[in-house]
Design a protein around this ligand. Structure first.
Ligand code: PGA
Length: 251
């Protein structure tokens, strides 16, 4: 099994030209571990990411794309547009988009298909709410979210599919899933991919954990065999703490 660790900084709607510049300058001075590291700023700052990250090993990408390639979609940004600025990655179906922008499983699946067709690494987010976990519905919810995507995309090239398990109750709350809870769900997700697609794709797909990861809890999460890295929100805004998290992801 040779899945390379991947740690992704999801900056959400944070940052500015000046603060991003400080982050890049500080981060790029450090000796980086031999893992895949990706920065996801807001769309508007993609040209800046391209400028600072060219000739480095750090990838970058966007937080969302439209579910259409072009046309009358005021305010939307397409897969090819983010590619135009050098993006290699895109986050799809983050829980904040599902809850704040009413994104459905079908919409997330359509966007994933467009991202994969554009040869982007699609980081598809799935996760249950606290109520769903308490009602013992976690696996049903994850299965529905992920299977909708897999059913639509199973005949596409899935080499660039990445799945992020992000329990909604853990995002931005300081309530991190235990390594055992996360590993259980990652194993379940790998099994879903195996059932719907193939063992090969299941074994090769990187599964990230996200939700209140920080420099003190990341090592225990990343030590689990099915946790291939993390999607980091709050703790990625500080270059030093993001670097510390990246250091703990080396296998
Ligand atoms: P958090 O966010 O690390 O701030 O909990 C993670 C995410 O939403 O991707």
């Amino acid at each position: 099994m040779l899945r390379k660790s991947l740690v992704v900084a999801n900056w959400k709607m944070n940052g500015s030209l000046a603060s991003n510049q400080t982050w890049y300058t500080r981060f790029l001075l450090q000796k980086l571990p031999d893992i895949d590291i990706v920065v996801i700023p807001s769309h508007i700052y993609l040209p800046q990411a391209a400028e600072y990250l060219k000739n480095t090993t750090i990838g970058f990408g966007a937080q969302d794309i439209a579910n259409a390639s072009h046309g009358a979609y005021t305010g939307q940004v397409s897969a090819n547009m983010i590619k135009d600025f050098g993006s290699q990655y895109v986050i799809i179906g983050h829980s904040e988009r599902r809850s704040l922008c009413q994104e459905t499983d079908d919409l997330v699946a359509e966007k994933t298909k467009l991202a994969l067709t554009a040869q982007l690494h699609a980081i598809v987010c799935v996760g249950e709410t606290l109520e769903q976990r308490k009602a013992n519905k976690t696996k049903d919810i994850i299965a529905k979210q992920l299977n909708t995507v897999l059913e639509l995309c199973k005949n596409d090239d899935l080499a660039k599919l990445i799945v992020a398990y992000e329990p909604v109750w853990a995002i931005g709350t300081g309530l991190v899933a235990t390594p055992e809870q996360a590993e259980e769900m990652h194993l379940f997700i790998r099994e879903l991919i195996k059932q719907c697609v193939s063992s090969d794709v299941a074994n090769n797909t990187r599964l990230l954990y996200g939700g209140s990861v920080n420099a003190s809890n990341s090592a225990n999460l990343f030590n689990k065999p099915n946790i291939d890295g993390g999607l980091i929100g709050g703790a990625s805004l500080d270059a030093d703490s993001f670097l510390q998290i990246c250091m703990t992801a080396k296998r």
